[in-house]
Design a protein around this ligand. Structure first.
Ligand code: FAD
Length: 384
């Protein structure tokens, strides 16, 4: 075991998971999060946690049973239609699948509740850092506090402030923007949509426009109205009030099936705008012995393969394992972790980009349906 001091910047799923695993190894680890304790709860959104990546660190931390008790296995229901409502694929989840859904807030609470309170510092926004003559890193926060660490891990997400200390790389706009809508309490208020959507995801694919719906644990459907847009075009939508915005979307989706338009008509005043960015596929940095990255900070990818949070948690698992095996040699641990992380994230980033391109094809519904059917056949073959 090492007596080194480790600072984690960012308390999203990746940073929290790493903090817990390192705490459980008896290490002097601290997490610094710029927002407050409810940051993950207020961000919402349902995430599917994969048995072969995101679930591994939960098992390592002894949280797998608690996770499974909270997870929604029925949330794996999947439906794919084209914009005219023609059904191409429908699967009702049965039993315990490998990718159950959980709300982001619940997942983070589960991990956070196991971390000693004095190790998580809210309201600490990373500002700057420099390597001292003895090889340690002095980190400065916007509240003017300073801390010194042997290792700094940037888990501060897509727009990481730690990443520029390792590489001079710009994010790439994918050409896709999301308008995120929310249909509250769908079972009670809109039973017709609840029946149409079922318990999981609905993907309505219509060339350069998409409607994606996902039932969350709190009873609302999170809806992504997705467009292929130039980066600045999203500002036109942002400038509208809620009524104008809905009217504009409905006009632009006027040839879509009425069942699909309900995702827009029934939505409430909770609206978010998201430009979807990614890092270059295969992004790497010049290795340093005292700073590394995990999660979106290391390999931001579009959400079209549902891998981002899984990779963040898997990175935490790989880095914690590498540190445990290194006998205090953090340089060696980082090298080991980074090589494994580069390989696993490159594959997932490519898959995310390939899926993005498939989703927006004119025949996207048919192509994605075949993709799911082939996946099912492979699973059945593996079972036999
Ligand atoms: C619309 C959308 C849908 C998605 N759907 C899915 C999905 O279905 N499945 C999936 O696997 N992934 C999905 N993702 C991706 C997933 O949300 C991310 O990959 C995941 O949250 C990455 O976790 P992280 O811990 O690396 O970073 P984050 O979750 O971004 O956490 C970073 C944390 O760092 C904090 N922070 C930032 N800057 C600083 C600073 N300077 N100082 C201190 N703290 C800081 C932030 O407040 C935040 O709490 C989706 C993403 C989007 C945008």
């Amino acid at each position: 075991m090492t007596n080194k001091r480790i600072g984690i910047i960012g308390g999203g799923p990746g940073g929290l998971m790493l903090g817990l695993l390192l705490q459980n190894q008896g290490l002097d680890v601290h997490i610094y999060e710029k927002a407050d304790r409810n940051v993950n709860r207020s961000r919402g959104g349902s995430l599917d946690i994969h048995h072969d990546t995101g679930q591994l660190p939960l098992a390592e931390a002894g949280l797998l049973d608690a996770f499974k008790a909270l997870a929604r296995f029925e949330g794996e229901d999947t439906k794919i239609v084209d914009k005219y409502g023609k059904l191409y694929f429908e699967e009702d989840a049965e039993g315990e699948g490998g990718r159950p859904e959980i709300d982001r807030g619940e997942l983070c609470d589960l991990i956070q509740n196991k971390i000693d309170a004095e190790r998580i510092h809210y309201g600490y926004e990373f500002n700057n850092m420099e390597t001292l003559d003895d090889g340690r890193v002095e980190v400065n926060f916007t509240n003017n506090e300073t801390e010194i660490f042997d290792l700094v891990v940037g888990s501060d997400g897509a727009f990481s402030k730690v990443r520029p200390f390792l590489a001079d790389t710009d994010l790439i706009y994918t050409g896709v923007s999301f308008i995120e809508l929310s249909v509250p309490d769908v079972q009670t208020k809109y039973p017709d949509l609840a029946e149409y959507n079922k318990n999981g995801k609905m993907m309505g694919l219509g060339g350069d426009q998409l409607i994606l719906g996902q039932l969350n644990g709190d009873g609302r459907i999170v809806v992504y109205v997705a467009y292929q847009l130039d980066r600045d075009q999203l500002d036109e939508y942002k400038a509208l009030n809620n009524e104008e915005l809905k009217a504009r979307i409905l006009e632009e989706y006027q040839d879509w099936d009425e069942d699909l338009l309900k995702y827009i008509r029934y939505s409430d005043e909770n609206i978010m705008f998201r430009r979807i960015y990614r890092l270059p596929i295969g992004f790497q940095w010049q290795h340093q012995q005292n700073i590394t990255l995990i999660g979106d900070a290391a390999h931001l990818m579009s959400p079209f393969a549902g891998e981002g949070v899984n990779m963040a948690m898997y990175d935490a698992y790989m880095l914690a394992q590498a540190i445990a095996a290194s006998d205090g040699n953090l340089d060696e641990a980082l090298n080991d972790y980074e090589q494994k992380m580069y390989a696993s994230s490159k594959e997932r980033a490519q898959e995310s980009q390939d899926n993005l391109e498939l989703f927006f094809r004119e025949d996207g519904a048919e192509v994605m349906a075949n993709f799911f059917i082939e996946g099912q056949e492979m699973l059945e073959e593996a079972d036999n």
